[in-house]
Design a protein around this ligand. Sequence first.
Ligand SMILES: Nc1ncnc2c1ncn2[C@@H]1O[C@H](COP(=O)(O)OP(=O)(O)OP(=O)(O)O)[C@@H](O)[C@H]1O
Ligand SMILES: [Mg+2]
Length: 256
Amino acid sequence: MTTVLDVQNVESFYGAVMALRGVSIQVPEGQIVTILGANGAGKTTLMKTVSGVIYPEKGHITFAGDRIDGKDPEKIASSGLAHVPEGREVFPFLTVEENLRLGAYSRKGAADIEDDLDMVYSYFPILRERRKQASGTMSGGQQQMLAIGRGLMARPKLMLLDEPSLGLSPLLTQEIFGIISRLNHEQKVTMLLVEQNANIALHTAHYGYVLELGRIVMAGDSEKLLNSADIQEFYLGQQGESQRGQKRWKKRKTWR
Ligand SMILES: Nc1ncnc2c1ncn2[C@@H]1O[C@H](COP(=O)(O)OP(=O)(O)OP(=O)(O)O)[C@@H](O)[C@H]1O
Ligand SMILES: [Mg+2]
């Protein structure tokens, strides 16, 4: 299996604060890999380090065969990496369709953009219906769909999705994850998915890593992680003996 993304021993800082402490992960082509972890674990920092928003102080990042650590985000994006950031960040005063077209901006050549718009609209019919609406007036769920659609317009070799369920109802979360799975199966989109909702993330992804305080503390096939006692206790909230687990679960209860 070809490895699309290879992160090796990466360390990232905010000033003197070390947010990633030697992180190594791989994303194989065609798969969905998820990063689980509590608030502040470093998930968003890892995504930003991969997409070039933050430069790592140490380590290597190889994307589609090329070293990308230290490169500018625009360069990394145009080599085929689409980052759908936490909190979506659509351009609020542009229409839905203008936002989607901007997604194709970093792509080499403008061929087939209309076909890709149709493809995006087929997965997210509400975006077609609202294509002339200013994006800032769309609901949170619709904006999340738009952010994913915009990422798809780049025809990425890898899509980074940072907490697509943030602020969405359980029903809408389920709908969006259903579409994420279909995009992976039908359009062969490879994804690195950050998600606090461990249950839905592990049911969607092939493989998962657990990040704690800037370190990977566990990794494995999703099925293995779903059956792990530690994951069940700390991330899936199933009743264990430990009070610590109970407390942690109270903080992170989002999905059942
Ligand atoms: N701009 C920043 N300046 C200083 N420290 C930061 C900054 N952004 C993040 N941090 C710190 O780095 C650590 C990792 O933060 P990060 O946003 O990567 O966590 P996360 O796993 O994405 O959390 P969440 O689930 O809440 O999104 C935290 O301790 C956080 O306080
Ligand atoms: Mg985050």
